[in-house]
Write a protein that binds this ligand. Structure first.
Ligand code: KIV
Ligand code: ZN
Length: 547
């Protein structure tokens, strides 16, 4: 029998921490359900002490996805009592809960960030891991920035964590600094020299700053790690985390080399990647390994010829294995309710009768325009129409005039709250700027546009263009640097809580229309979050009054 490695997915925690990947509670739940279908062993659902929203999202995942035959539900806590208590309260309803606590061990973090001595760190690890163990039988400890820590001190801290009851030791290369041979040697050194290390699970956690996160994770597995921490599409802090789909398919495709299996249902990989991209509005680059649109496309004639004669000439794995196969071509305009319902259920979407009626009507619209509706269209439809709250503003009309002798000018018509129709015109430095300025005139306080990205989805002069826009919340009188949190993870979580970034997508043959759709979709997410935060504040006020 092959040896097995556990897959620990941190898309909802480390992944969500990166700007533009903010998810609501319901969006996190939809992703968590799909992660369970994918077969991950552990879902890290969030960082409960970071914000009320994250606490509630973790609680919802623990309650709804954390069943006895489902994944372990884990949440992050700094090594202090308040964080660990909040973490435990958020996950305690899961059948298999796990507390993940961390403290940095590198001198640079001790001196400048924590202002703690080595003995103080050792003491905190002992006390806090046993505090977590009093609440939960499954405790993971991470020495943050292990990759740049003095090995002797790292080993001392890890031995203390094991003695205090840690069941998993996760070894983060927090800043993506190590090389694969160094990372592998670090895991091997821990296994050999830390007392008790062979009785706990060693885990990899690699960031991609030098593009080595997957290579480092695999080197860790070769050296004895039996848990890999990773995210779907490799999302995460800065350059991201190790991509789950890449680690899993490397182990799968090179089974003879590694001799290690995972419990992942590989045919769910493409679907999970698409769902995440649709939810956060961050498209997968076409050349992304495993799940990119071109990952299995053969352009060169010589390649096509070879693949037709024998696919193994240029393909090391089959598109079917990762779920990128014929199931893409699914339904046409003559397909009935039953076929659509069955297809949605096979994709994991259980809709109420009302939701289904709505989706069916929209499906018919799309099928009228396109001969075949693909699974990715259905995914976008369900995320857009059902999982996402109804948009506050809907685009009705956009018109621009621009050219060498003209000042770019746009006219935009939106249907807003209470079905009010408003039309505004504005000028800008270019047609897209003019469209955004006209939209801003209608919606009022729009936040700050931080990114605008255009890609061609299809080829040729009539190519369909995809635009992604990111809008950051701007709160009066607060600066982006005003957080004084002593830890980068809590600082990032606080920054994302106070200045969250919302992404929106638009796809159209006219790039200006795609931009208008993308901008409006990002703004709709921002306005929805504002309304939620007001509702949350009113709720807290009511609770305080009642107490
Ligand atoms: O990168 C890191 O160090 C982390 C820890 C909190 C595990 O994400
Ligand atoms: Zn990390």
């Amino acid at each position: 029998m092959l040896d097995a490695v556990r897959v620990f997915d941190t898309t909802l925690r480390d992944g969500e921490q990166s700007p533009g990947c903010t998810m609501s509670r319901d969006e996190k739940l939809a992703i968590a359900r799909q992660l369970a279908r994918l077969g991950v062993d552990i879902i890290e659902a969030g960082f409960p002490a970071a914000s009320r929203g994250d606490f509630e999202a973790v609680q919802a995942v623990a309650g709804e996805v954390g069943s006895a035959d489902g994944p372990v539900v884990c949440a992050l806590a700094r090594a202090n009592r308040d964080d660990i208590d909040a973490c435990w309260r958020a996950i305690e309803t899961a059948a298999k809960p796990r507390i993940h606590t961390f403290l940095a061990t590198s001198d640079i973090h001790l001196t400048y960030k924590l202002r703690m001595t080595r003995p103080q760190v050792l003491d905190a690890v002992r006390t806090m891991v046993s505090f977590a163990r009093e609440r939960c039988a499954d405790v993971e400890f991470s020495p943050e920035d292990a990759g740049r820590s003095d090995p002797a001190f790292l080993h001392e801290v890890l031995a203390a964590a094991i003695e205090a009851g840690a069941t998993t030791l996760n070894i983060p290369d927090t800043v993506g600094y190590t090389m694969p041979d160094e990372y592998g040697a670090m895991i091997a050194g821990i296994r050999e020299r830390v007392p008790g290390a062979r009785n706990v699970v060693l885990s990899t956690h690699c960031h991609d700053d030098l593009g080595l996160a997957v290579a480092n994770s695999l080197a860790g597995v070769r050296a004895g790690a039996r848990q890999v921490e990773c995210t779907i599409n490799g999302i995460g802090e800065r350059a991201g985390n190790a991509a789950l789909e890449e680690i899993v398919m490397a182990l799968h495709t090179r089974g003879g080399h590694f001799g290690i299996e995972t419990g992942i249902q590989t045919r769910q990989l493409a679907r999970t990647s698409r769902l995440l991209a649709a939810v956060i509005g961050v498209p997968v680059p076409p050349n992304k390994a495993i799940v990119g649109a071109n990952a299995f496309a053969h352009e060169a004639g010589i390649h096509q010829d070879g693949v037709l004669k024998n696919p193994m000439t240029y393909e090391i794995m089959r598109a079917e294995t990762v779920g990128l196969d014929g199931n893409a071509l699914v339904l046409g305009k003559h397909s009935g309710r039953h076929a659509l319902r069955a297809r949605l259920e096979s994709m994991g979407h259980q809709l109420s009768d009302d939701e289904f009626r709505h989706v069916f009507a929209r499906f018919k619209d799309i099928a009228d325009r396109k001969k075949l509706v693909e699974e990715r269209d259905l995914e976008a439809l369900v995320v857009g129409e059902v999982r996402r709250p109804p948009p506050l503003y809907v685009l009705r009309h956009v018109q621009v005039s621009c050219g060498t002798e003209l000042i770019p000018t746009a006219t935009v018509r939106l249907v807003g709250p209470d079905a009010e129709v408003r039309t505004e015109s504005a000028q800008g430095t270019g047609p897209v700027d003019a469209v955004c300025a006209a939209i801003n005139r209608i919606v009022g306080d729009p936040g700050e546009l931080v990114e605008f990205d255009v890609t061609a989805v299809t080829e040729g002069i009539s190519a369909v263009g995809e635009v992604t826009m990111r809008v950051r919340e701007r709160r009066a009188q607060e600066s982006l640097h005003s957080t004084d949190a002593p830890d980068v993870h809590i600082a990032d979580a606080e920054r994302n809580e106070r200045f969250p970034v919302y992404s929106g997508n638009g796809v159209h043959v006219d790039i200006v229309v795609a931009a208008a759709e993308a901008y409006l979709s990002a703004l709709n997410r921002l306005f929805h979050a504002r309304a939620e935060s007001v509702r949350g504040a009113q709720h807290s006020l009511a609770m305080t009054g009642a107490a």
